[in-house]
Design a protein around this ligand. Structure first.
Ligand code: NDP
Ligand code: OXD
Length: 312
């Protein structure tokens, strides 16, 4: 068996070594132009040339949850694409989003600023019932985030394309623009984006949709930068319609120097770090799936197989 690893965003050698340790008899290598045809690809945002050359693949494994970078490419026909299915990311995402919600709700940013000036001051307690949180996307990550927020007794709404039942979460469903979507927005004050980036969800957080949130709305984007129309968010914050935002993902990454988000007092920026790919967990998950496929298991038995029609 030959496995090709192709990723330019991380140190490749520990991945190659980890995959080799999982498959001692296989030939595992870091891809370079002109490399021999491989059976399985383990990739993150590879160049088109990778797939132009690798035409004999039996499976493509993405070392992240989001496959938007892969879906832009021309992939070899009929080869299954498998994304990470949690692999240690959902607990990180729950931590990050709960932190952002609680920091905003408890005004911890205001306390931090006061303390920095040596000020001992109190804010009036706020009622969590007045801060319903809406989670867009109730997949592997969104569901975990919704459940975690419910543990803190926030009213939690969730929205997905197909109907769901999640304990502690009021679930809405339907396509973008449907009544279910509009009702979800109207019921929410804090909006969390955990959608995949697809043609349907590009720019989903814009002036119209963000204006439908309850007054004093707050935005947490942990999915993809292109879900958000930056200028619309800034205009709504500056007009006082929205209270602020916590943003982990951006249209261009790294966030360009001089972008208004960097210094905006009501915007908190982190560098695409809300849920990191954990190497050991990911290799174990991918290796298990490669073993299943190599043993003849039907692709439908694997978790995280991407539906090319849906794009996630
Ligand atoms: P899943 O595929 O498990 O979940 C996606 C959810 O979004 C599903 O509930 C799906 O609905 C819903 N959805 C998709 N399209 C639509 C639509 N058009 N209308 C309504 N609902 C829709 O993905 P994950 O939870 O694993 O990951 C979500 C995203 O998080 C990733 O795609 C990635 O972009 C981002 N991410 C960001 C990270 C970071 O560090 N910032 C780390 C990891 C992921 P249904 O179930 O009905 O199909
Ligand atoms: C992912 C990411 O999609 O890290 O896994 O953004």
């Amino acid at each position: 068996m030959r496995i090709s690893f192709c990723c330019f965003d991380t140190k490749p050698q520990p991945w190659v070594d980890g995959l080799q340790a999982a498959f001692p008899d296989a030939d595992v290598s870091l891809w370079a132009a002109g490399a021999e045809p491989a059976d399985y690809a383990v990739v993150w945002a590879p160049p088109q040339q990778f797939f132009d050359e690798q035409q004999q693949l039996k499976g493509i494994f993405n070392i992240g949850a989001g496959v938007d970078a892969l879906m832009k490419l021309k992939l070899p026909a009929g080869v299954p694409v498998v994304r990470l299915d949690d692999a240690g990311m959902s607990v990180q995402m729950a931590e990050y989003v709960c932190h952002a919600v609680i920091r905003h709700f408890r005004e911890l940013d205001v306390y931090e600023a006061d303390v920095a000036q040596g000020k001992w001051s109190y804010r009036a307690p706020r009622l969590r019932g007045e801060f319903p949180v809406g989670v867009m996307g109730l997949g592997v990550l969104g569901e975990r985030v919704g459940r975690a927020l419910a543990q803190f007794e926030f009213p939690v709404n969730g929205w997905s394309r197909s109907p769901k039942v999640v304990e502690g979460v009021q679930c809405f469903s339907g396509e973008v623009g449907s009544t279910g979507f509009q009702d979800f927005l109207a019921a929410s004050r804090i909006l969390v984006c955990l959608l995949p980036l697809t043609p349907d969800t590009v720019g989903i957080m814009n002036r119209d949709t963000l204006s439908r949130l309850q007054p004093g709305g707050y935005v947490i984007n942990v999915a993809r930068g292109t879900h958000l129309v930056d200028e619309d968010l800034l205009a709504l914050i500056d007009s006082g319609r929205l209270a602020g935002a916590t943003l982990d993902v951006f249209r261009t990454e790294p966030l360009p120097a001089g972008h208004a988000f960097w210094k905006h007092p009501k915007v908190t920026v982190t560098p695409h770090t809300s849920a990191r790919t954990l190497r050991e967990e990911s290799i174990a998950q991918i290796a298990g799936k490669i073993r299943s496929l190599a043993a003849g298991a039907p692709i439908s038995t694997l978790a995280g197989v991407v539906d090319p029609k849906k794009g996630y």
